[in-house]
Design a protein around this ligand. Structure first.
Ligand SMILES: Nc1ncnc2c1ncn2[C@@H]1O[C@H](COP(=O)(O)OP(=O)(O)O)[C@@H](O)[C@H]1O
Ligand SMILES: [Mg+2]
Length: 133
């Protein structure tokens, strides 16, 4: 079983790496079919946000458990500008830039657990989990 993985994010190639590693780990953990695609999509969105809104950061991928439940934990973090209003950022269609504003709310819908902790001037950490069905 693969160990925890940390992928530095500063180019679009890093997004591809993060989603591939995530897919590999998820597959080893027992995810299959459309859940692998769902996880890759959520990883892409949070990694893309790092590049577009914070320039650089990292994505950590690791196995997680809750009782007998097995799952994947994904932590995307950066020391970028932070998000002044997290609730607004989680609304469909809100973008401070030229994006579609669907990345964060989309990723939230795709995952079982989703939390954004952000402080203006300090950075942003998105923590998300999905359980094997
Ligand atoms: N890592 C981040 N650092 C700073 N701001 C962020 C970050 N991720 C998201 N945001 C803010 O939240 C908004 C919504 O994100 P998202 O739904 O992905 O939309 P989009 O990326 O298309 O603008 C962004 O427009 C941006 O203002
Ligand atoms: Mg986005």
């Amino acid at each position: 079983m693969a160990n925890d993985m940390q992928v530095g994010i500063s180019t679009s190639a890093d997004i591809v790496t993060a989603r591939q590693r995530g897919r590999e780990l998820a597959s080893e953990l027992g995810f299959s079919g459309s859940d692998l695609t769902v996880l890759a999509t959520a990883i892409s969105e949070v990694a893309r946000n790092i590049i577009e809104h914070a320039k650089e950061g990292e994505v950590i991928l690791e196995p997680t458990h809750n009782g007998s439940k097995q799952g994947i934990l994904i932590i995307a973090s950066d020391r970028g500008p932070g998000i002044p209003d997290v609730d607004r950022a989680l609304q469909d269609g809100y973008s401070s830039g030229k994006g579609l504003g669907l990345g964060l709310p989309g990723a939230k819908r795709l995952m079982d657990e989703f939390k954004v902790v952000s402080e203006v001037g300090k950075g942003t950490t998105v923590t998300m989990k999905k359980w094997v069905r």
